[in-house]
Design a protein around this ligand. Structure first.
Ligand SMILES: Nc1ncnc2c1ncn2[C@@H]1O[C@H](COP(=O)(O)OP(=O)(O)OP(=O)(O)O)[C@@H](O)[C@H]1O
Ligand SMILES: *[C@@H]1O[C@H](CO)[C@@H](O)[C@H](O)[C@H]1NC(C)=O
Ligand SMILES: *[C@@H]1O[C@H](CO)[C@@H](O)[C@H](O)[C@H]1NC(C)=O
Length: 413
């Protein structure tokens, strides 16, 4: 073989390798990071520590006996934990769902060393029990946390402490009369929970069908419905999901329904600012659930997030997927979001992104619907032919066209 040919061939191989790394390197790395093993030992240690705290009456909650005494809630394995959030998978025997065994997720977001939230410092008697002032103060603080959740029926809640916790506080006090500070324990446990945004949102909005069920708590840990993203929402990079278009369309419709609920189903619109497929999961009822409610913001607080004091370009005003707008003349961010939930969902979940090698949830539609679906998805993800970072909302008109088309595809194919 001529030498020149070999050299050319070698160059080609190297070129292909470089292209491959450029194209897939990010994805492979991402997968590797995602698969990074969490430490079984650390998780077991945490559960032991939690049960130790239960035995000394520092931790309390409806799930403590199942986790620590009867072992009806059994730690099974951990998933990787990023950002200090612990996500443990457990088996739950009759205490989560009546007379059946289900999987559950035990979660907490507390960096062990530094507790991010203010300690709850309440006025106490010499014997350690709360004074009336202390009690009132706790009530006011917890009430304002509850109010931040914009629950319409919030004024009908008679006992906000018990509403925010997994036990009836008065009953807990009665059953632990021998302890000097049962009430204080209850307050501290509730405080540690409601300072976790995800817990607060999920606990308060249990009536929404896309919120995973909250089974209960123990200490600062909460136990919720197992709703994994599965192969469709979190496909393995090399094997893909092998799912049918109908299966994926059903999930897409559910996600569109969630967008509708967030936009119109709350006292204020709710903004989704970290949109990715693996932050959704399939619940026990086969409905799509939101897994990461940390990134949900009520309109009022969203406007505060977007109102940066100064900017030189629009990027300065962005809050993750919630895009802002810089008023260039004044150099101030306007207090508004320039895109909307629907736009983000279409761009980040539904449509293919060839440049990122991302197959959208609605890839490969049946050929007879392709011509109708593709332009609609395009208009949804990039309204008014937007290029680059989209700063335009997608219209309700597109929402309904897409929703109706997907329903029709489900019926007719
Ligand atoms: N209820 C659940 N059922 C099944 N899996 C879950 C559940 N909650 C979380 N997970 C899994 O754990 C992962 C991390 O959870 P979560 O998103 O709450 O943590 P996070 O630290 O905020 O991660 P990220 O910032 O990447 O979203 C999720 O992407 C999901 O795969
Ligand atoms: C147990 O209590 C200690 C002391 O209050 C605390 O630092 C620790 O985080 C608790 N552990 C768990 C797992 O709740
Ligand atoms: C603690 O002291 C206060 C005031 O002295 C008293 O009212 C309360 O009953 C005491 N509580 C306990 C549990 O002993």
């Amino acid at each position: 073989m001529p030498r020149a040919y070999l050299v050319r061939k070698l160059k080609l191989v190297i070129f292909c390798c470089i292209v491959f790394i450029l194209l897939y390197g990010g994805n492979i790395l991402r997968q590797a990071i995602r698969d990074r093993k969490c430490s079984e030992e650390e998780s077991k240690f945490l559960m032991d520590e939690l049960c130790h705290n239960y035995s000394t009456h520092a931790a309390a909650g409806n799930m403590c006996p199942a986790l620590c005494t009867s072992k009806k809630l059994k730690y099974n394995k951990c998933t990787n934990y990023r950002g200090g959030k612990k996500v443990l998978i457990a088996q739950c025997d009759g205490v989560c769902k009546e007379s059946s065994t289900v999987k559950a997720v035990i979660k907490s977001k507390h960096p062990k060393e530094e507790f991010r939230f203010e300690p709850l410092d309440l006025e106490k008697h010499a014997n350690g029990s709360l004074t009336q002032m202390g009690y009132k103060m706790a009530h006011n603080i917890f009430k304002s946390m509850l109010d931040s959740q914009m629950l319409e029926e919030r004024d009908k809640i008679s006992d906000i402490f018990s509403f925010l916790w997994s036990l009836d506080v008065e009953q807990y006090k009665r059953e632990n009369r021998e302890l000097k500070s049962a009430e204080m324990t209850a307050m501290q446990n509730i405080w540690g929970l409601i300072n976790q945004d995800e817990y607060l949102f999920m606990k308060v909005h249990q009536k929404q069908s896309f919120v995973p069920k909250m089974y209960g708590t123990c200490g600062f840990y909460y136990v919720m419905e197992y709703a994994p993203p599965g192969d469709i929402l979190d496909p393995q990079f090399f094997s893909g999901s092998g799912s049918s278009f109908e299966e994926r369309a059903k999930i897409a419709i559910d996600i569109l329904d969630i967008v509708q609920s967030l936009d119109y189903g709350f006292y204020e619109p709710v903004h989704m600012c970290d949109v990715k497929a693996e932050n959704f999961g399939i619940g026990e009822d086969q409905q799509v659930k939101i897994l990461d409610s940390d990134s949900l913001f009520f309109h009022t607080s969203m406007m505060k997030n977007l109102a940066q004091p100064s900017c030189t370009n629009h990027d300065d005003c962005d809050f993750f997927d919630c895009r802002g707008w810089c008023e260039l003349e004044t150099g101030k961010c306007t207090k508004q979001r320039s895109n909307n939930n629907l736009q983000t969902v279409c761009e980040d979940i539904l449509i293919d992104k060839p440049t990122n090698f991302y197959a959208g949830l609605l890839h490969n539609p049946p050929s007879e619907f392709k011509e109708e679906l593709m332009p609609l998805l395009e208009e949804c993800a990039y309204p008014a032919h937007s290029k680059g970072i989209v700063r335009k909302p997608t219209s309700d008109d597109v929402y309904w066209k897409l929703h109706n088309l997907l329903k029709r595809i489900m019926r007719e194919s």
